[in-house]
Write a new protein. Sequence first.
Length: 183
Amino acid sequence: MSAGFYDEGALRQAAINLFYGWGYNFYRTENQLRADDQLVRSKAAWLIGRARSCVESAEANYRREFFPAPSRDKPFPDPSVTAAAQQLERLAARIGIVGGRLQSQPVPENDRMTQRYRQEADTLKALIRCDERLVGQCSLLLAMLDTRSGVWMLEHLTELEEGLTALQETLRRREAVLLDRME
């Protein structure tokens, strides 16, 4: 048995060298902030995914309720009902686009060049502020849509579109933070 194998100082130094070689030191504040940012965005994506599911469910129920079975006298549904169902479909698709954009948002790289040209902890703190706003907006959107009917969504389509526009603006601000163009 080698005494060096159990030498705490040598083991600690080897572990620290490996962590630094991997670009990671779990004791640094920046790493905790980076992990928090990823966790917060995953929760926001979960909320917006649920909001999209609400719209898709409402659209399906709307179609069941307002699309009668075709008959010889009326083989096609009313064009206004079809247009309304398509509006719900487009709303769900737009929510999905925002959700995809949210999930693809990057975090600052953990490399020496990034650390040299920007204060990483400050950038991550600014990202967390954007992400807090993002989670709030996603939660509000879900609260607006949860258990609502397709008719209600169609009546409040303008409000819902404004909410999605606000979400897009928050995502733009987040990208600006990453590109050092904070507003």
